[in-house]
Design a protein around this ligand. Structure first.
Ligand SMILES: C[S@@+](CC[C@H](N)C(=O)[O-])C[C@H]1O[C@@H](n2cnc3c(N)ncnc32)[C@H](O)[C@@H]1O
Length: 456
């Protein structure tokens, strides 16, 4: 079995955008890890036992079919969650907003506009909490005295590998480009009285106020880009109480897809629950009771790394589902390998949120997202083919409409050392297929990365 690490195995982004430390199953910080900037030390793939191995083999693994595409029922997924989940908040610094000067520290006032930093805080379920859940389930199955398996046996990917080709494709951890995508999608509120970040100009072309919008995140993992848009969708829901944000008048559908069902069950859905609970808690006594923070003084609103827990009695799960209905938000979860069957499932007419299904409102706007989905030649090719199929289908569906749009925003490293795959290869692949590619963002901080927009 090909398994490899990008040398930041077991690690994941931290508030400062660097590759940080993870925690072990007991919550203790694991050994400090490499900084993302430490490019020179990025190593070639290693075999499971740590011995040097040739570059990751082609996917799928010989003799092993890819996981078949599957749709997951949100209520069933919710029923599998434990009675509480632990989380931490990740600060994402959006591009600064310009505000008028106001009072200066010296007592004099100035109207000179100045750039003010603005950040959004996105919740992520703690990985140690996922491991605790799996070990508890394993114990319950084995009965008293049963021996819990290692994290890697319980869910491949919770151990030390970034990727285990064909088994686990990296979704438990947040990768750097997913943060870059958040920065491309959202901007600080344009009015001083508003408290919610809003879609950026580029996201606004597909998430306008004038029609239903579909967001499809391929290879979502912890789903930070979708969470950022979900935060906006919750805050602008028709029923949301006075935050000063402008209200949506149209439905928003978010489809999140990961290769591994376990990722969707254990981190993706919990992250949406957490994002909702944190966004809505000011207006909900139920959520105020269900949420607690390690540092009660910060209440999740202050700086630093806040951690907390969300209790999950049935009432909270029911309230979540009821909110989604009343806020005109549909969440759909798909797993399995990118393939023609995967796209068929995405568009299956029975799907409650089938993007642009034949009977959906024709003036739909579709935004496909992908962060760090092209990290090997196989991933690059299967992602590209899947994306092209979706964009072509959208074009076909809306052939007669002048207002519909379908676009993709993809973030990736400039080069995936040792495994192949690069943003340039992806851009070339798209251009050869007739897609217009615009560069939206470059990141030189840490491993070099970029974000591009693809339009057919
Ligand atoms: C490196 S992770 C990135 C996760 C997340 N987007 C982020 O940036 O944090 C790659 C993602 O692509 C998905 N993926 C990779 N190869 C895939 C394939 N052949 N079919 C479906 N999904 C795949 C994985 O499940 C995983 O979520």
């Amino acid at each position: 079995m090909a398994s490899f690490s990008f040398s930041f195995s077991g690690d994941d982004i931290e508030d400062d955008g660097a590759i940080g430390t993870t925690q072990d199953a007991a919550g203790a910080p694991a050994a400090s890890s490499l900084q993302a900037q430490d490019v020179s030390s990025l190593v070639a793939p290693t075999a499971a036992g740590g011995a040097a191995a040739p570059a990751a083999s082609a996917f799928p693994v010989q003799g092993k079919p890819q996981l078949p595409p599957q749709r997951h029922d949100i209520k069933e997924m919710l029923s599998k969650l434990p009675s509480k989940i632990a989380f931490s908040l990740l600060d994402v610094e959006l591009d600064s907003r310009v505000v008028s000067g106001g009072s200066s520290g010296g007592g004099s006032s100035s109207d000179v506009p100045r750039a003010e930093p603005y950040r959004i805080r996105l919740p992520r379920r703690e990985l140690w909490d996922v491991k605790v859940q799996l070990m508890a389930e394993e114990d319950a199955e084995d009965g008293e005295g049963g021996e819990a398996g290692s994290a890697d046996e319980l869910a491949p990917g919770l151990g030390t590998h970034d990727v285990k080709t064909g088994i686990y494709e990296g979704g438990f951890k947040s990768w750097e480009s997913s943060v870059d995508l958040v920065k491309v999608l959202l901007q600080p509120p344009s009015s001083a009285s508003a408290s919610t970040p809003e879609p950026s100009a580029v996201a606004g072309t597909v998430l306008p106020q004038d029609g239903p919008a579909h967001v499809i995140e391929l290879g979502c993992g912890t789903a930070l880009p979708s969470l950022a848009l979900f935060h906006w969708a919750c805050a602008t829901a028709p029923l949301a109480a006075g935050t000063g944000s402008s209200r949506r008048s149209h439905p928003v559908s978010l489809t999140v897809a990961d290769y591994n069902p376990s990722v969707l069950y254990l981190v993706t859905l919990p992250n949406f629950l957490l994002a909702w609970a944190l966004q809505q808690r000011d207006t909900s006594p139920l959520l105020q009771q269900a949420l607690s923070f390690d540092d009660e003084d910060s209440g999740g609103g202050g700086g630093g790394d806040d951690n907390g827990e969300l209790e999950l009695p049935d009432e909270v799960k029911v309230a979540f589902c009821a909110f989604l209905v009343s806020a005109d938000i549909t969440l759909s979860f798909l797993s399995g390998g990118w393939s023609a069957e995967f796209v068929d499932l995405l568009y299956a007419p029975s799907a409650p949120s089938a993007p642009s299904a034949a009977d959906a409102t024709p003036a739909a706007h579709t935004l496909v997202l992908g962060a760090e989905t092209i990290y090997s030649p196989f991933a690059l090719e299967s992602f590209s083919v899947t994306l092209l199929t979706i964009l072509h289908r959208e074009n076909g569906t809306h052939a007669t409409s002048t207002t519909a749009t379908a676009t993709a925003i993809v973030g990736a490293k400039k080069l995936y050392f040792g495994v192949g795959g690069s943003l340039d290869d992806f851009v070339q692949r798209m251009r050869e297929a007739g897609v217009t590619v615009n560069e939206l963002r470059q990141e030189a901080d840490g491993v070099r990365r970029g974000v591009v927009q693809c339009l057919l």
